[in-house]
Design a protein around this ligand. Structure first.
Ligand code: FAD
Length: 496
C-alpha cells in the first residue's frame, strides 16, 4: 500500500487524564529517543476523576515501562485486588466472586469445571472458589508476593496520583507538557489530516500524529473528524454514574465490590487512605436524585467530597484511528467499569499503536488493521459485561426485568448456550477474558451446565474425591501462610 502521509517526527497528545499520561509515559520511555512528544492539557478542564480499579494486565504495562510495584503503590495509595465481588447480581442476597485466579488443573480434554461438576453432582465438591488461591485469598483478606508463586493480582489506585506518577516518567523521558485550552483543531485543506491545534492563548501546536485523550467529547476524533459513534445502550442501558469519596472504614478488602441495586450497581474501591464509591444507573428507571439517595444510603465513613453526576453513552467510536488521529481513553468509547476494563483498554491501544507505529508514514492498511483489532477487542468485553445483566434471576424491578429479557448479541448467546449444553468455554486469541472468568461469572449468575465431559468418568468416585481434595487442601495450605493484605502492604511499601 502506498504511503499516505509524511514521516512521523512529532506526536501530540491532546488531554492529560489517565489515558493521556499513560500514552505520554509509554511513548516517551519506549520510542521517545527519535520522536518529539508533546502533551497538551488544560488546568481549567478537570479530568473525569474516577477510574480506580484495575485488572492484572496492568503488570504488563508496568513491566514495559520498568515501573517498580512498590514505588507505584506508594505513589498512588494503592491496595491489592484479587477479584470482584458481585453482590445481589444473580438475585437479591445471592453473591459470588469473580477472582483473577485460574481454576485448578483439568486434563487435556476437559477443563477443571467438568471434574468439579461431577464432584458437585456426587456431593464431594465444595464452592468452586475453594480451588483457586486468589479466590480464597480475597475471601480471607490475605495477600502475598512470593517467589515461585504467580499470584494473579491487580490494584485499586488513586487516578489523580497515578496520572502525576506517569507524568514524572513522561517528563523524565523528555515529553513536553503544554498547558492551555485547545480552541481549534486545524485540518489540512487537501488531505483532511490534522495539521495543528490552536490554543486559547493563540499558541499553535503542530504535529504529525495526534492522540486524542480529551475525554468523552473526543475533541479531535469526533468534533473535528466526525468519526461517528456506535451506540450500545440497547444492550447496556446504564447511562449515568454518581461518584463520591469517603474515608476508609476498617481494613480495606483485597477486592472491588460491585453491589447491584434496583436500577444499576454500586462500586466500592478501597484505597489505603480512602474509598472510591460510585453508582452506575439507568436514567430511564431512576432519577439522579433517587440514585444519589441510594448511593449515600449505602456508603460507609465520612464523606470527602460532594457526589458528582457523570453522564455517558455506552459504545465505541466507529473508527478509533482516522487519518493522523488515534483516539484513546474515554474519547475512543466507553464500557461501564463493571469489570474494570477502562485502563486495560487504554493500555492495549497504546501497545497496539506502538506495535504498528507508522514512523515512515501512515498507511491505510495500518489504520484498517488497528481499527479491526480494536473493534473486536471492545466487542468481546461488551459481551462479557452484558452477561452480568442478562443472565440474572432478578425480576424484582422494571430495570432487572428489562435486562433479563433484552435481546443480546449472537456471539454472547452462543457462549451461554454452549456452556449450558456441554460445560465448554473457549477463549479465542487476543480475547481478554479467559475460560476461568466466563465460568465464574456464568455459574455465579446461576447458569449450570447440563453435562460434564465424559472423560471425567474415567475416574471413579474415590479417585475424583482425592483429586478434588488435593487441589483444595493445596490451595488452603498456600493461602494459610499469606499475611493480611494490609499488613503485607505496610511491609512491602513502607513509605505508603
Ligand atoms: P479524562 O479524565 O476526562 O481526561 C481528559 C483530559 O483532556 C483532561 O486532562 C482535560 O484537561 C483534557 N482536555 C479536555 N478538553 C480539553 C481542551 N479543550 N483543551 C485542553 N485539554 C483538554 N476505568 C478503569 O479501568 N477502572 C475503573 O474503575 C473505572 N471506573 C470508571 C467509572 C466511571 C463512572 C467512568 C466514567 C469511567 C471509569 N473508568 C474506569 C474509565 C477510565 O479509566 C476513566 O474514566 C479515566 O479516568 C478516563 O481518563 P481519560 O484520560 O480518558 O479522560
Amino acid at each position: 500500500m502506498k504511503t499516505q502521509y509524511k514521516k512521523i517526527n512529532k506526536v501530540v497528545i491532546a488531554g492529560g487524564g489517565t489515558a493521556g499520561w499513560m500514552a505520554a509515559a509509554a511513548f516517551a520511555k519506549l520510542i521517545g529517543k527519535n520522536l518529539e512528544i508533546v502533551l497538551v492539557e488544560s488546568d481549567d478542564i478537570p479530568t473525569v476523576g474516577v477510574g480506580e480499579a484495575t485488572i492484572p494486565t496492568l503488570h504488563i504495562f508496568h513491566q514495559l515501562l520498568g515501573i517498580s510495584e512498590q514505588e507505584f503503590m506508594a505513589a498512588t495509595n494503592a491496595t491489592f485486588k484479587l477479584g470482584i465481588s458481585f453482590e445481589n447480581w444473580r438475585d437479591v442476597k445471592k453473591d459470588y466472586l469473580h477472582s483473577f485466579g485460574f481454576l485448578g488443573q483439568g486434563c487435556w480434554a476437559a477443563g477443571f469445571q467438568h471434574f468439579w461438576l461431577k464432584g458437585r453432582e456426587r456431593g464431594i465438591a465444595s464452592d468452586i472458589g475453594d480451588y483457586v488461591p486468589e479466590h480464597l485469598g480475597a475471601r480471607e483478606g490475605k495477600f502475598a508476593v512470593l517467589a515461585g508463586q504467580d499470584l494473579n493480582h491487580a490494584y485499586h489506585l488513586d487516578a489523580g496520583l497515578y496520572a502525576k506518577f506517569l507524568r514524572k516518567i513522561a517528563e523524565k523521558n523528555h515529553a513536553k507538557r503544554v498547558e492551555g485550552k485547545i480552541d481549534k483543531v486545524n485540518l489540512n485543506d487537501k488531505s483532511g489530516f490534522i495539521d495543528s491545534l490552536t490554543l486559547a492563548s493563540g499558541q499553535v501546536v503542530e504535529g504529525d500524529l495526534f492522540i486524542d485523550c480529551t475525554g468523552f467529547k473526543g475533541l479531535l476524533i469526533e468534533e473535528a473528524l466526525h468519526t461517528g459513534y456506535d451506540d450500545w445502550s440497547h444492550v447496556l442501558p446504564c447511562d449515568s454514574a454518581i461518584a463520591v469519596q469517603t474515608k476508609t472504614v476498617g481494613r480495606p478488602v483485597p477486592y472491588t465490590r460491585a453491589i447491584a441495586h434496583d436500577a444499576g450497581w454500586q462500586w466500592r474501591i478501597p484505597l489505603q487512605n480512602r474509598t472510591g464509591n460510585g453508582f452506575v444507573f439507568c436514567s430511564k428507571y431512576m432519577s439522579d436524585d433517587e440514585a444519589k439517595k441510594t448511593l449515600l444510603a449505602n456508603i460507609e465513613g465520612e464523606r470527602l467530597n460532594e457526589p458528582r453526576v457523570i453522564k455517558f453513552k455506552t459504545g465505541q467510536r466507529r473508527k478509533h484511528w482516522v487519518k493522523n488521529c488515534v483516539a484513546m481513553g474515554l474519547s475512543s468509547g466507553f464500557i461501564e467499569p463493571l469489570e474494570s476494563t477502562g485502563i486495560h483498554l487504554f493500555q492495549r491501544a497504546i501497545v497496539r499503536l506502538l506495535l504498528m507505529f507508522p514512523s515512515q508514514g501512515i498507511k491505510q492498511s495500518d489504520i484498517d488493521e488497528y481499527n479491526v483489532q480494536t473493534k473486536e477487542e471492545a466487542e468481546h468485553i461488551r459481551d462479557f459485561i452484558i452477561l452480568h445483566y442478562n443472565l440474572t434471576e432478578r425480576k424484582d424491578t422494571p430495570f432487572w426485568r428489562h435486562c433479563s429479557s433484552m435481546e443480546v448479541p449472537e456471539s454472547l448467546k452462543h457462549r451461554m448456550t454452549l456452556f449450558k449444553d456441554s460445560g465448554q468455554v473457549f477463549k479465542k486469541a487476543d480475547e481478554l477474558f479467559g475460560e476461568t472468568s466466563w465460568i465464574q461469572v456464568m455459574m455465579g449468575q446461576g447458569l449450570m451446565p447440563e453435562q460434564y465431559h465424559p472423560i471425567v468418568d474415567m475416574m471413579g468416585d474415590d479417585e475424583l474425591r482425592d483429586f478434588l481434595n488435593n487441589i483444595k487442601s493445596g490451595v488452603k495450605r498456600k493461602v494459610q501462610n499469606w499475611p493480611d493484605s494490609n499488613d503485607f502492604i505496610k511491609h512491602y511499601c513502607p513509605s505508603s
